[in-house]
Design a protein around this ligand. Structure first.
Ligand code: NAD
Length: 240
């Protein structure tokens, strides 16, 4: 494929490549995204998923929140796929500066990536809302109903950014810094529909913006190189 050759050349010539991804990066690991036809938003729940994973819903209805969250957002058996693995290899070889991700599944780190900026937090970190004690994901997964702090009895909340919550300022500014300095920016597996994360693309100043996605996005017209396809399959063909 001609597009793949161009991507390979751009990667080979790049001094600073940054990858910016979303839920589509993990679908080949068996974690559903939100907006695909078989994504979470097209399945039926008692409440729309976008309501359940909001701050106000968590406050008003934590038990229902956790029912959905444990069932549909924790995939502890999922393994990194070819995209996660190739990105980690590129970083190790000094060819990738950072991964900026909207994902909360920790699969980039599981693949060995070190510089990962998690815009929406991680299911692997959980804190007591009262005393801030840390809990791992197994604690949340194995608890019943609302997970409670074993030290003070407070409610334990995942360190993930729910709708209506703001993103961490330091993570955002680091992501902006990396994207501004990138000479190649690869954006993949994201519908680019969730703000402010999607707006980060606007900080890129170079002329080698690569979009890899299965379906069209609102930014397709801005891409210097469009690759339509599965991101794991694309990255498996990249040479480090
Ligand atoms: P999204 O569901 O809105 O969009 C996913 C996009 O990826 C779609 O355009 C889809 O066509 C594409 N896609 C799916 N599988 C693909 C593949 N194998 N190769 C290439 N493209 C593929 O996801 P989003 O843009 O990341 O926004 C949703 C929000 O949901 C994010 O903020 C994220 O925090 C959260 N989320 C995270 C996870 C996770 O951590 N794995 C899973 C679901 C949702």
């Amino acid at each position: 494929m001609k597009e793949l050759e161009t991507l390979q050349t751009w990667l080979d010539e790049s001094r600073s490549t940054v990858f910016f991804g979303g839920a589509g990066v993990s679908t080949e690991s068996g974690i559903p995204d939100f907006r695909s036809v078989d994504g979470l938003y097209n399945q039926k729940y008692q409440y729309p998923p976008e309501s359940i994973i909001s701050h106000s819903f968590f406050k008003a209805n934590p038990e229902e929140f956790y029912r959905f969250y444990r069932d549909r957002m924790l995939y502890l058996d999922a393994k990194p796929n070819a995209a996660h693995r190739k990105l980690a290899e590129l970083e190790k070889a000094g060819k990738l500066a950072a991964v900026v991700t909207q994902n909360i599944d920790g699969l980039h780190q599981a693949a060995g990536s070190k510089m990962v900026l998690e815009l929406h937090g991680s299911v692997h970190r959980n804190y007591c809302l009262k005393c801030h004690k840390f809990f791992d994901v197994a604690y949340v997964k194995n608890s019943e109903g609302i997970p409670r702090c074993d030290a003070c009895g407070g409610i334990v909340k995942p360190d993930v950014v729910l709708y209506e919550e703001s993103l961490d300022g330091h993570t955002i500014s680091e992501a902006v810094r990396y994207i501004e300095q990138a000479d190649v920016l690869i954006v993949g597996g994201t519908s680019l529909a969730v703000y402010p994360a999607a707006g980060l693309i606007n900080y890129y100043r170079g002329k080698r913006l690569v979009l890899i996605n299965k379906t069209p996005t609102p930014y397709d017209h801005s891409a210097d190189l469009m690759i339509t396809g599965k991101i794991g399959e694309v990255f498996s063909q990249i040479r480090v």
